[in-house]
Design a protein around this ligand. Structure first.
Ligand SMILES: Nc1nc2c(c(=O)[nH]1)N[C@H]1C(S)=C(S)[C@@H](COP(=O)(O)O)O[C@H]1N2
Ligand SMILES: [Mo]
Length: 326
């Protein structure tokens, strides 16, 4: 996103052919969750080869009250959500992650919790899958590049994990460090970014119920290119705040140095709230293109303040100058 704002839509979205073992793995994941009573909503509507785009209102009430999403929006086809990605460890073209991320090894996987907490330690992905009941949440996701999708994620609020490790009073921020393995990630080692990809949130943002620790999407285990085995989804912020394939969560007193902020501080601030009134230095943020059936000809739609989640998160920023804290 640093380099080619003008090229994002030149690339055709390749039609997806997913090997059958991937599907059986996803079905297995859902069955395990359901059997353990860990799936709070039925995700069966999304678990088909080509999930049907559906109305957001089809979701259960806890989802719609939390997301505040509009019932007129349709869910992005699975094919688009899993083949039009940013995951620079696997390449900078939108189609690269789907083509290259099969090399990512998602088991065994551990997430290390460190810094200002009473209970630091290591969690295996199996521990994390069991930590809390999961919900399906349909979130709008907007990339700073000006495109957006509507994706049904499966996970639980990050706050469930945070409460478990008992942050100290001095912990003001949470830093998320993602995997940087040059053996399985062809672009780690390139100079596109300073690896590992690091993101951060203020403690109250991290504790907000909308901040989701996601393990699945469309009722299925996350495809590697979407950040398996676990990632963050922070729907009121630009996509890059939602770090993929997290290996470390660190609680700090000072604001973490995040990867995109280090790469270009004047373009990508720490907060990165979706804000149609604050232009990116090189382009407007007032509108966006919804990726999906309309393809490259999709009409632009207005971008909403905090990506449409202002009622839920606006108060976190009361009194802050959002043109300075962009
Ligand atoms: N580790 C890592 N996480 C990442 C990125 C990345 O390059 N590396 N890209 C970010 C950006 S810019 C976006 S828009 C979203 C895209 O998520 P999606 O491909 O699942 O839609 O992931 C974010 N998380
Ligand atoms: Mo993005």
């Amino acid at each position: 996103m640093l380099i080619r704002q003008d090229r994002g839509f030149e690339h055709a979205i390749p039609s997806e052919i997913t090997p059958s073992h991937v599907y059986s793995r996803r079905r297995e994941f859902l069955h395990q969750l359901a059997a353990a009573g860990m799936l709070a909503t039925s995700a069966s509507a999304w678990s088909q080869t080509t999930p049907r785009p559906g109305k957001l209102s089809a979701l259960n009430s806890s989802v719609s009250t939390l997301s505040g999403a509009q019932a007129t929006e349709t869910v992005t086809p699975y094919k688009n959500a899993s083949t039009y990605n940013n995951f620079y460890e696997f390449g900078t073209d939108k189609s690269d992650p789907a083509q290259n991320a099969h090399s990512l090894k998602t088991r065994p996987w551990t997430v290390e919790i460190e810094g200002l907490v009473k209970k630091p330690g290591k969690f295996s992905v199996e521990d994390l899958l069991k930590l809390s009941p999961m919900e399906e949440r349909i979130y709008r996701m907007r990339c700073v590049e000006g495109w957006s999708m509507v994706i049904p994620w499966v996970g639980y609020s990050l706050s469930e994990l945070i409460k478990r490790v008992e942050p100290l009073g001095s912990a003001k921020y949470v830093e998320f460090v993602t995997l940087a393995d040059p053996k399985t990630m062809p672009y780690v080692g390139s100079r596109v970014l300073n690896w590992p990809y690091v993101e951060g949130l203020r403690m109250d943002e991290a504790m907000h119920p909308l901040t989701l620790l996601s393990f699945g999407m469309y009722g299925e285990v996350l495809p590697n290119q979407n950040g398996a085995p676990l990632r963050l989804t922070v729907p009121w912020k630009y996509g890059f705040k939602s770090g993929k394939s997290i290996v470390k969560i660190r609680f700090t007193e000072n604001q973490p140095a995040t990867a995109w902020n280090k790469a270009a501080a004047h373009e990508y601030g720490f907060y990165s709230n979706v804000n149609p009134n604050v232009d990116h230095p090189r382009w407007s943020q007032a509108s966006e293109r919804r990726i999906g059936d309309g393809g490259l000809l999709a009409k632009k739609i207005k971008t909403l303040m905090f990506n449409g989640y202002e009622a839920q998160v606006g108060q976190l920023y009361a009194g802050m100058d959002l043109t300075k804290n962009f």
